[in-house]
Design a protein around this ligand. Structure first.
Ligand code: PLP
Length: 452
């Protein structure tokens, strides 16, 4: 490294436009600069080591520096560093990767389209859905339903689809054909005394009323994450998808599962769809497909949709969509090595076995804490919502920035968490052990005590 430790922070502030960052915070506090990672730990420029409770950004599922994945990337770069997939071009690794992804699909899928990020994959899904309904002779059937606090990406269309007010704000996003229904946030949104099942029925009734109001002939698809991540770590209440899916089916509305976080094992099943018991028409994957080692995404397309695209192609001509880096051979090699490692290291079983321990350990340590409102989630996705008053669920005053204070206190103790407002979240690498969980819980408890 040529960067000088003393000036690295100043150069960062002077030159680097960070994504999803408060410029004011960056200018005040400076960046945290990581330089190395090994297993479940990363090291910053000052040599301080952190247990990574977030697997980077919910993606480094196999841990850092995995020998087989890094070697596959290096070997493919040497052999064929790039070739594209436009106009019927292909590569041996892309073909193998497509076959291996489809083999692992939770329901029979006909084809997989590759991109480079979760955002572009969801943009692809939207275009595919509109293309499909045009080919079916249903040009009016175009509206898309998503959920408040759902997160689907940062592009113009996917940020509009996303239900986070902070992402709309000053950006002047087109409202487009996007509709948002209530978030299934039982702790925050369920009326007093209402059971999870009853709450789910209420949300299903809201969806049904929206469809009736708009007209089913105008609605194309419903997007959902199996467990909502960036919007506050919200797992579906009991009976939620059981109530929602039949309504979609009855109205010929496609179900798109956004598995950018949950795909490839995070919920203790290979796919989040399996954890919540749904059979999607389209699946979006990214992050875990290469364990975050190479930018890559995948859209899995069901036979019902593919048949229409294939049959329509004689008249429709070229499928006019794609990216320079779609099916990048180095990404495909990384994905193949990742999928092999997931199988060989049995990490999905590891999550299934250790997730209850993670949730119970956090509940044992913090469940009765005066400022812990709820500990929730599923698999290796857990959120701890801090509140000023447990009895009333009153939040802390936003200006206190309690979540950020806890995040900083955790970092000082060598633990990485993420603050979504005052909900602190963990999505550790899937290779986490019982010992790693003990360390996470002990450091996190100390951080919470330090902030009081
Ligand atoms: N969808 C979900 C569920 C996500 O969590 C994310 C990113 O966190 C995205 C889409 C967007 O992915 P990317 O940041 O790779 O564009």
């Amino acid at each position: 490294m040529t960067l000088d430790i003393q000036t690295a922070g100043q150069i960062d502030r002077a030159s680097f436009f960070h994504p999803f960052t408060s410029v004011a915070d960056l200018m005040r506090d400076g960046p945290t600069i990581m330089v190395e990672g090994q297993g479940v730990r990363v090291t910053d420029i000052h040599g301080r080591e952190y247990l990574d409770g977030m697997a980077g950004l919910w993606c480094v599922n196999m841990g850092y520096g995995h020998p087989a994945i890094t070697e596959a990337i290096a070997a493919q770069s040497r052999k064929l560093s790039y070739f594209h997939a436009f106009n019927s071009m292909s590569t041996d690794v892309a073909i193998e990767c497509a076959e291996e992804v489809l083999k692992r699909a939770p329901v029979p899928m006909a084809r997989v389209f590759f991109g480079v990020s979760g955002s572009d994959a969801n943009e692809t899904q939207l275009k595919l859905i509109w293309y499909y309904n045009n080919l079916r002779g249903l040009p009016k059937k175009k509206k898309i339903i998503a959920r408040k606090y759902g997160y689907h990406g940062s592009g113009v269309a996917t940020a509009s689809l996303t239900g986070l007010p902070s992402m709309h704000g000053l950006f002047d996003l087109p409202q487009g054909p996007f509709l948002h229904v209530s978030s299934p946030h039982y702790y925050r949104n369920a009326p007093d005394g209402v059971s999870e099942r009853e709450f789910s029925r209420q949300l299903a009734a809201e969806l049904e009323a929206l469809i009736a109001r708009e007209g089913a002939d105008t609605i194309a698809a419903f997007f959902a994450e199996p467990v909502m991540g960036a919007g506050g770590l919200i797992a579906p209440p009991e009976g939620y998808f059981e109530a929602i899916v039949p309504i979609l089916r009855a109205h010929d509305i496609l179900l798109v599962m956004d598995e950018v976080v949950s795909g490839f094992g995070r919920l203790g099943t290979y796919w989040g769809s399996q954890a919540i018991g749904v059979e999607p028409d389209l699946i979006t994957a990214a992050k875990g497909i290469t364990s975050g080692y190479f930018p890559m995404s995948a859209c899995l397309v069901s036979p019902k949709i593919w048949d229409v695209i294939e049959k329509g192609s004689e008249t429709a001509g070229l499928f006019g969509h794609g990216y320079t880096y779609s099916a990048h051979p180095v990404g495909a090699a990384a994905a193949l090595a990742t999928m092999k490692a997931i199988d060989e290291q049995k990490v999905v079983a590891n999550v299934a076995e250790l997730a209850p321990y993670l949730h119970e350990s956090l509940k044992r340590a913090l469940g009765d804490h005066a400022h812990v409102g709820e500990i929730r989630g599923r698999g290796f996705m857990v959120g701890i919502e801090l509140v000023a008053d447990r009895a009333t669920k009153a939040p802390f005053k936003p200006e206190l920035r309690t979540g950020r204070q806890v995040l900083k206190a955790a970092a000082e103790r060598g633990l990485i968490t993420r603050a979504l407002g005052d909900t602190l979240v963990f999505a550790p690498p899937l290779v986490f052990t019982r010992k790693d969980i003990d360390e996470l819980v002990s450091k996190f408890s100390a951080a919470i005590e330090a902030v009081e």
